[in-house]
Design a protein around this ligand. Sequence first.
Ligand code: GRF
Length: 217
Amino acid sequence: MTLRMALLASGRGSNVQAILAAIAEGRLDAHAACLISNIAEAPVLDIGRAAGIPSVSLPHRGQSREAHEDQILAALEANGPIDTIVLAGYMRLFSPQAIQALGNGNPMRIINIHPSLLPAFPGTKGYEDAYTYGVKVAGVTVHFVDSGLDSGPVLLQRSFPRLDTDTLAEFRARGLALEHALYPEALQLLAENRVRFRYDSDASRPYVTILPAEGPA
Ligand code: GRF
């Protein structure tokens, strides 16, 4: 099933670029129905426009959270149908009400990429925080979004070493390259309908399982 995605991003857009490249190269069966940025001058908007994706800026500044979230919901509605909301460097938290509305009853509808091995180093500075802490193994996480801060169920994680010679820039570049591979892979799992939530009776949160790929018929 071709995934119909809305892309939400606030900045540079290298993950959006990686997702679009994966579609173009046939590694990801998805269609970008729209791109929304909360920052009017974000470079990601140019990436979206150059790719011919309806790309809108909906600045959050100067209005209430509720009014801004209503605008996002309206933009999604206008560009629907959308089955997956892909946060790619979207640097804002949604209210619990917006998560509810955006999710539309489906806990697997909103997905995010985070630059650490969650639950370590949530927040806006994953690479800096891991580097400063002095971890030996770092990583990136693709997870579903709930109303907490980087707290939703984990779909995929991949690790990378912090080398003793690493500068922060080198460390971050290695992580980012991993993000660019991991996010399209994660989205392709959704496109192939291979992701399930397992509700273990003694766990307070769902565990995400991945079904094996279908073999040739
Ligand atoms: C990435 O490191 C992502 O994990 C984090 O924000 C950064 C966005 O980078 N959430 P880009 O805009 O995709 O280049």
